[in-house]
Ligand binder design. Structure first.
Ligand code: SAH
Ligand code: SF4
Ligand code: F3S
Length: 488
């Protein structure tokens, strides 16, 4: 009998990418294998996002195509998971009667059970209002099918306790929960033993990692688990210091794990970026020289209306401290254009701060009102779309100029890279990633496996890439190649 196949389409951020790996792990444990061609898959998973309006539109478009596919192939099973499912359950149910399973952000671990249930009972919808305070809540904690063998995501925290007025994430991902310190370090050790040499720590606000690991919660965990796994037990014992681990402690601990060469993390919130984190980044060679520090706006009155908890000046001070402390630091950011009430003057400030910050990369977004957020109620202050569009273009010009200047400045340098694979644009070239998280394309006479570390001389640059020539191969990857043993 040939095995059933699956395909997953992921929308949204790294949290969702990582949840998708978790769903893939569950499906494979159930005997499914990845489909070589997504259009022929027996089980299709759409892991959704609702951060901005176009994310919704894309999903409903894809669901429309799948409806036709299911009419032609009634055996096709469809699972919809993720943030939009969490947020929009009724609408989704109304518009997508052909979906077999709808699940939310807090019960990802139930995907396969629900699929089995739907085979017995017909379409199933299960959304939990809150996460369990248990290992199942953390996508890294159980079997995952990693997309890349040498690199792994590790979710250190789920949810978000901030109150940015434009943002739907706290509503769909729930309150902040940190994964116990000892468990995280043990997880990274396991990954390293499996050949992983790069990890990315994931959280909506990684700097506040540990904030919820209060004594009360620790005691609750204590009753249920092994001493070694108790969240930050070493800090509880050390009264002279503090009662919880900081993100900086975690960064140092995972960087010290044997075999881990690169540590990345996303995202830190500027208001919580502490000097300890900068020190940890500077002192631990494994931590990559890249900081994603979302600015959102350069205007203090807009930052206040957004509830961001910092001023433009404070942001620039933190950035300067990070650049002073960490050698050769690349900085990326997120900026929203057209937040309700944004005036020409506010926008000019954003342009000025973006120019001063000299970002290597900026993700720019047009404000999108999300039902249930505070900013969605500011309809009287919404900015004319034509003005927003003109501002968006202007900001894009500035951030592209900045990115190009930063990339050109690297011509002539030798970068340490990790090979990602054959370039998507030119199959004669390999694509790789520098420690600064930049894409570097280079030619190589020998085929190098993904995960190979090499040094490459940068000879050319664009706003979003570097190009260069191989200097030397530094190390072969340690991971094994996985070949599925099931038929099909
Ligand atoms: N927790 C992360 C951000 C997650 S959302 C952080 O705080 O850094 C990623 C980005 O989407 C945000 O940084 C913001 O720039 C953008 N974004 C979020 N809500 C938005 C909205 N309603 N409209 C436009 N952009 C939005
Ligand atoms: Fe949203 Fe703000 Fe939380 Fe980021 S920190 S997820 S922008 S509420
Ligand atoms: Fe989207 Fe959810 Fe991430 S709304 S951006 S997938 S946390």
């Amino acid at each position: 009998m040939t095995a059933k196949t699956y395909a997953i389409r992921t929308f949204g951020c790294q949290m969702n990418e990582h949840d998708s790996e978790r769903i893939a792990g569950l499906l494979e444990a159930d005997g499914l294998v990845p489909a070589l061609d997504a259009d022929s898959a027996d089980v299709v998973v759409l892991n959704t996002c609702c951060i901005r309006e176009n994310a919704d539109n894309k999903l409903y478009g894809t669901l429309g195509h799948l409806k036709t596919a299911k009419e032609e192939r009634p055996g096709l099973e469809i699972i919809v998971s993720g943030c939009l499912a969490q947020n929009d359950r009724e609408e989704l149910q109304r518009r997508a009667g052909h979906v077999d399973v709808i699940l939310g952000t807090h019960n990802v671990h139930r995907a396969v059970e629900l699929l089995h249930q739907s085979r017995e009972t017909g379409p199933v919808l299960e959304i939990w209002d809150e996460a369990l305070e248990e290992a199942e809540s953390f996508p890294s904690a159980l079997a995952v099918r990693r997309e890349i063998d040498y690199s792994a995501w590790v979710s250190i925290q789920i949810g978000c306790d901030n109150t940015c007025t434009y943002c739907i994430v706290p509503a769909v991902r729930g309150r902040e929960l940190s994964r116990p310190f000892g468990e995280l370090v043990a997880e990274v050790e396991r990954l390293a033993a499996d050949g992983v040499h790069e990890i990315t720590l994931l959280g909506q606000n990684v700097n506040s990692y540990g904030r919820d690991l209060t004594l009360a919660r620790r005691e609750a965990v204590d009753a249920a688990s092994d001493d070694a796994l108790i969240a930050g037990s070493q800090w509880a014992a050390d009264d002279s210091r503090r009662i919880r681990p900081l993100f900086a402690d975690l960064l140092s601990a995972v960087s010290a794990v044997d075999g881990i060469e690169r540590v990345r993390f996303t995202s830190p919130h500027p208001k919580d970026l502490r000097p300890e984190t900068i020190v940890s980044m500077a002192e631990n060679d494994a931590v990559c020289n890249h900081l994603h520090l979302p600015l959102q706006s350069g205007s203090d009155s807009i930052l206040t209306a957004m509830h961001r908890g910092y001023t433009a000046e404070r942001y620039l001070e933190k950035l300067a401290a990070a650049r002073a402390g960490i050698e050769d630091l690349a900085v990326s950011t997120d900026i929203i254009v057209g937040f309700p009430g944004e005036t020409d003057d506010d926008f000019e400030r954003t342009l000025a701060v973006a120019a001063e910050a000299e970002f290597d990369l900026a993700y720019t977004f047009i404000f999108s009102p999300r039902d249930g957020t505070v900013a969605a109620t500011y309809a009287d202050r919404f900015v004319d779309p034509a003005i927003v569009s003109a501002r968006f273009k202007q900001l894009h010009t500035v951030t592209e100029r900045s990115a190009l200047a930063k990339h050109r400045a690297r011509i002539g340098r030798v970068e340490e890279v990790v090979v990602e694979g054959v370039s998507k644009r030119n199959d004669q070239m390999l694509s790789s990633r520098t420690r600064q998280n930049k894409l570097l394309h280079f030619a190589s006479a020998t085929a190098l496996r993904a995960g190979t570390r090499a040094s490459v001389l940068v000879t050319d640059a664009g706003a979003h890439y570097l190009a260069g020539e191989l200097v030397e191969i530094l190390a072969a990857p340690r991971h094994r190649i996985r070949i599925p043993v099931s038929a099909g």
